[in-house]
Design a protein around this ligand. Sequence first.
Ligand SMILES: [Zn+2]
Length: 547
Amino acid sequence: MNATTTLYLARKIITMNPQQALARAVAVRDGRILGVGDPESLRGWGPCTTDDRFRDKVLMPGLVEGHSHLLEGGMWDFVYVGYHDRRGPDGCRWAGLKSFDEVVARLKEFESTISDPAQPLLAWGFDPIFFGVERMTTLHLDRVSTRRPVLVMHASAHLMNVNSFTLAHSGIDAATPIDGITRNADGNPSGELQEFAAMFLVFSAVGNLYFDAGQSERGIRNFGRVAQLAGVTTATDLVNDLGEDSIGNLRKVTADPGYPLRLVPALAPLRVLQGDPMARLLEARSHNTDKLHFGLVKLIIDGSIQGFTARLRWPGYYNGSPNGLWLVPPRQLKDIVLAYHRAGLQVHIHTNGDEASEVALDAIEQALAEHPRWDHRHTLQHCQMADAAMFRRMASLGVCVNLFCNHIYYWGDAHYALTMGPDRANRIDAAGTAQRLGVPYAIHSDAPITPIGPLFTAWCAVNRLTSSGRVLGESEKISVADALRAITLGAAYTLKLDHLIGSIEVGKYADFTVLDDDPLAVPAETLKDVPIWGTVLGGRVFEAPKL
Ligand SMILES: [Zn+2]
């Protein structure tokens, strides 16, 4: 018997394995779970070191964030101008800004600290939906600077505002023939750019510094820090170009034993401007390790609901806004899905509006008709407006769903009053329906769109409270136990990693989230406040720094 076995004793272990849902001890050897149960039976494995530092803690399977972006790690290089307070990887809290003037004032303050006259000023997290009908224009951002590019990414990352200097520098004017360029009454661009075709004009002139920062070594490390503070042990990066630099940085950072995260980057084919994206993905898979998992494909087919760029079915937007934009035309989507489906790959499709979800299901159905395949686990990401009929289709097609439950809190009031109206807002992110109809589901933050924090996301799915305190859709609430499953085994299933992570079960990686309190025992309204002591990844303990 070797002495490298560690026996962890805890106040309670929530395993997610129904065979023994609760336990008091878990034995770990070689980074994997050797056994779970009572200490006596585990000692049958031979000599071990007993570690009782968790004796008053509660252990869960390591939390899995099935929809996040490395951008979350990169964004902290830039100025946060969001409405809600937000905490960065250094623990610093940035105060939320409650008016356009406050946004402009913070940008001016930072502008005055930049010495290089050519350096662009980048900001993120902005959301005009909280400021009534007024939209940000070049008039606001020209107050910040008329001599350097000023870019303000919206919280959704689907829209951006820029100053006049940036428009001119990017060659965007009244004659530029692109749909997402918002215009003033006189036909000139207002400075708001919707979706990637319009934003791309700016990125090709000044560079996509947001994206580059997220894929940099520093961005990946910051992301790990933010995720670990939230108790996450496995997280996705759902838009990656799998370029040489990006793969190199991912390999380097995840190979560091001190890096506290397993990463699942997904290829976004539309980000690959040269060469064959599928070949890149197949090649990337040869670099897979226990902390780095390539293999997912991510497609984005519509925009954001609160940005009014999502594609909605009849009756459309509650406030009468015109329908949103296709980022991939439906006809082309069928070909793309079929190609990756045929190659045996797993496709995750961003669909915010219900028209987009329907088109995605059509594409998957056609791919399955032409090329039957079992256990494909294609997944609809966000899928915020699906009705029960669509969930029945998902069940019959073997499609998984990952619901954006944080929206209920952050934008639920706006959805009720402006974007969807009461009927559809009450069934937003319908985890209850997914549960009842047997659709495999997860729930997510889409960080940096909202902060990464699976316990908060679980709280949203359980309580369905908006930021003003309204309950959206009583019948779509799920139990705490089901929500905890969605942020562990549920998310692992959508990533085809449920054989390795997601439960505390013999043979799986020894990944735990260590809590100061019992999420199954605290009142459901306080689930988001359960303190996270730290995590264990492959048997290595990572105590979260006390902030
Ligand atoms: Zn996303």
